[in-house]
Design a protein around this ligand. Structure first.
Ligand code: MG
Length: 323
């Protein structure tokens, strides 16, 4: 067990956490002077003190960054699998097929079946099948979503007169002609409605850069038509969560949501009553956290993903930050 002096045990929304307040013996508490954390950072780290039945992981900035697994990701996932935990990987990014994510994780050293992947290609397709199976849609998207819609039997058209639903998404082939079709379908024919795959303003890419994401496409259509996007099938909307937990017999309170973005990963978890775990390996900084009101604050804050395992398990496994 970790000495009580090293941490305060607190309860928040029924979530047991260990608050790291400074450790000098990294063999006892795997967060010590060698962690590279400044004192102010270390005091913000709060780790779970128990395991959950299921774990939902964001991928970019959480499991990997670009083409490299983040420190501790491989051994964490392997350990959770060994312990029989249910794992799902989620992404708001609709520019890849689920199988592409499974292949990427596998190539990076985490063999992953495609059934463990849920992204907005899946959530949008299922949402249309469940709610608008007969609608004619105009996807402003890249090939993976178009492929999935075709496979699901969803009718697509670029004729504004017959479009029922315009789908805005992260589309790096976006051109004025697509905006015109959306405008005509919504504003001129006064018929089509607007939905979107995901709400992200930009997608982080290597080198600290980013690419304009679906929020930019939504905004372009809203700006010229004067209507509001009705439904967004990505995080933080519960549509994403329901698609992820479908077929699993797990309570949200026993399923940890782990991610690096406050507005999507953490928002979805908090709204659903799931343990909300923020990792500081992606978009969010310690300074961002300091500005948050309590209702937006994650239950746990990790400096590295494998901190998701309670410290007594670190000790049992003989883990250190260097191992
Ligand atoms: Mg992320």
């Amino acid at each position: 067990m970790v000495p009580a002096a090293l941490m305060g045990i607190t309860r928040d929304r029924g979530v047991r956490k260990e608050t790291f307040v400074g450790a000098s013996d990294s063999s006892v508490m795997p967060m010590g002077e060698d962690s590279g954390l400044q004192a102010t950072e270390a005091s913000s780290i709060t780790v779970p003190s128990r395991l959950y039945d299921a774990y939902i992981f964001d991928m970019d900035g959480t499991i990997y960054l670009g083409d490299e697994l983040l420190p501790g990701a491989k051994r964490l996932i392997e350990e959770l699998r060994t312990r029989g935990k249910t794992i799902r990987f989620v992404s708001n990014n609709p520019t890849k097929d689920p199988v592409m994510y499974a292949e990427k994780l596998t190539r990076l050293g985490l063999p992953t079946p495609v059934k463990e992947i849920v992204n907005t290609v899946i959530t949008m397709t299922r949402w249309l099948q469940a709610n608008h199976p007969d609608a004619v849609v105009f996807p402003i998207s890249e090939a993976p979503l178009i492929r999935a819609l075709a496979e699901a039997g969803i009718r697509m058209s670029n004729n504004p007169a017959e479009i029922d639903i315009v789908i805005a998404s992260y589309d790096r082939t976006f051109v004025y002609e697509k905006l015109q079709i959306a405008f005509d379908a919504i504003w001129f024919h006064k018929h089509a409605r607007l939905v979107a795959t995901n709400p992200d303003p930009f997608c982080p890419i290597a080198g600290g850069r980013g690419e304009p994401d679906a929020a930019a496409i939504i905004a372009a259509i809203e700006a010229c038509t004067g209507i509001k996007c009705e439904t967004i099938t990505g995080k933080p909307d519960p549509i994403m969560l329901h698609a992820t937990l479908e077929g699993l017999d797990v309570e949200p309170s026993n399923c940890a949501m782990v991610g690096d973005r406050l507005s999507t990963d953490i928002r979805m978890a908090l709204d659903a009553g799931m343990p909300a775990v923020l990792v500081l390996t992606g978009e969010t900084t310690i300074d961002d956290l300091k500005r948050l009101p309590p209702r937006d604050t994650p239950d746990f804050v990790l400096d590295r993903i494998d901190r998701l395992l309670p410290s007594d398990i670190w000790k049992e496994l003989g883990w250190s930050e260097q191992s």
